[in-house]
Design a protein around this ligand. Structure first.
Ligand code: GTP
Ligand code: MG
Length: 440
């Protein structure tokens, strides 16, 4: 089957790129371009025709990559045409009429690349991450993974496990022979090293996942302190209702922000106070639970209010930034919070200082010396499962329980292999590629 899709964004734009991959690619490319001497890996300047009525569709470039030297590993053509909706639609319609050809599913080009062993699972996932990256940090992380650094690292750990397993199996198979018992010591040493490496990767404050999914920041505080006003100001649009009425916000309102490269999910919450209203009470519980899940809390205090609700005070910890809002009103109460920032959300005063503080906190909180970052829960689960089997192995007297010890290592190897896609592939394929866009 040949698959095709628009691989660039939807027009109108200067240029659009349509990809075609599959075993009839060359035949179709020749037919549409009316050129028999298309050169692979070179820019072929062509006119493109509709073969059914010989009418001209457009003119542009054709790039040809022959199997196995293409992204998918199959023959692949890229048609660079003018990016108008009419040209794109016409071209796609012509391709749909060619033999065994259909529109690609989301991520299908990458899926075929994986199936043809051009890339492994981590690389495939990171191509998806790179396409969806919105901030500089996300781009940097994804591009590192695309280069295969993490894949190499996991493959090397896996090789180490396999080597140890081979020794243990040799000991089982050739029990009568003179394989020295020191083999167990060597295996143990090597397995302990793998154990420590994986443990170190897992103790990373989930930085990789946070860069990929976004750091969670909650805005909390008493009613009317200016929380929703702050959300609107930071997100530069009116997301939440602002009113002088107390208890305006009830639900959690989330927006996605890019704060100087840090991907952030910012949540506005209900003001915290004693309330008899059932809906408001639910909102306050939600606010408290959001604040506990957050990587960082911005606690908004009205600088004119005399006292602060103890429930708000209780939520303040080392992950909080306290702002004293409404500095424009000359009625301050001199709350003695250390390191509190005096701001006026209404007049956009000192908000730049708040942003600097947010970045500072995030960068300090999420430093990691790890070179290999876990970017997905799927990887974390596999690493955890692998570690569990290694723990089982190390807890045994391997000289006595040798069969079971070998089984522990076999399972550990399988879990680790699952990260780069060496086993259990089918069940995870669907879930990974479904999030891609069509044409990738
Ligand atoms: N003078 C002054 N008023 C402000 C400032 N920030 C917000 N306000 C006003 O304070 C009132 C409450 O603002 P909101 O943003 O709705 O406060 P909130 O904390 O979300 O309130 P709840 O949703 O009820 O908990 C509104 O009338 C805002 O215009 C400020 O810096 N100075
Ligand atoms: Mg509000």
């Amino acid at each position: 089957m040949n698959i095709y899709a628009l691989s660039s964004g939807r027009g109108p734009s200067g240029i659009a790129i349509i990809r075609l991959s599959g075993k009839d690619t060359l035949k179709i490319a020749k037919l549409i371009s009316k050129q028999n001497n298309l050169k692979p890996k070179e820019v072929n300047f062509c006119k493109f025709y509709n073969p059914t009525n010989d009418s001209l569709i457009d003119e542009g470039f054709l790039l040809l990559f022959l199997s196995p030297n293409s992204f998918t590993g199959d023959d692949l053509a890229e048609f660079h045409i003018h990016g108008s909706n009419a040209v794109i639609t016409c071209f796609l319609r012509v391709l749909s009429m060619q033999v065994n050809s259909r529109l690609a599913e989301p991520g299908e080009f990458t899926k075929i690349a994986f199936q043809n062993n051009k890339i492994d699972l981590i690389e495939a996932e990171s191509i998806g991450d790179l396409i969806h990256s919105e901030t500089e940090l996300q781009r940097q992380q994804a591009v590192k993974l695309v280069q295969g650094k993490a894949s190499n690292y996991y493959n090397n750990l896996r090789k180490k496990l396999i080597k140890s397993l081979a020794y243990i199996e040799a000991k089982i198979d050739f029990a009568e022979d003179d394989l020295p018992d020191s083999i167990f010591k060597e295996v143990q040493k090597s397995i302990k090293e793998v154990h420590n490496d994986i443990k170190k990767i897992l103790e990373d404050h989930k930085v990789g996942e946070k860069i990929r999914d976004g750091f969670r920041i909650s805005i909390i505080g008493e009613v009317n302190a200016g929380k929703s006003s702050l959300l609107n100001l930071l997100s530069k649009r009116d997301v939440a209702i602002v009113s002088e009425e107390e208890g305006t916000t009830r639900d959690v309102i989330e927006t996605y922000l890019n704060i100087d490269g840090y991907p952030v999910i910012l949540a506005d919450t209900a003001g915290i106070r004693d309330s008899n209203n059932e809906v408001e009470k639910k909102g306050i519980l939600l606010a408290i639970s959001k604040s506990k899940q957050a990587d960082l809390n911005i606690v908004v205090v009205d600088n004119c209010s005399a006292q602060i609700d103890p429930k708000v005070k209780n939520l303040i910890n080392e992950n909080s930034i306290i702002i004293l809002n409404k500095s424009d009103i000359d009625n301050k109460k001199n709350h003695n919070f250390k390191e509190a920032l005096l701001v006026s959300v209404k007049h956009n005063k000192n908000i730049d200082q708040l942003i600097i503080k947010i970045k500072d906190k995030l960068s300090k909180k999420f430093v990691t010396t790890n070179d290999i970052l876990v970017t997905r829960e799927r990887h974390r689960e596999k690493l955890g499962a692998c570690l569990k089997e290694i723990d089982n192995f190390l807890a045994k007297d391997q000289t006595k329980d040798i069969e079971m010890a070998a089984e522990d290592l076999r399972l550990a190897t399988r879990h680790l292999g699952g990260i780069v896609g060496k086993v259990d592939v089918e069940e995870i394929l669907g879930s990974i590629f479904k999030d891609f866009c069509i044409g990738k």
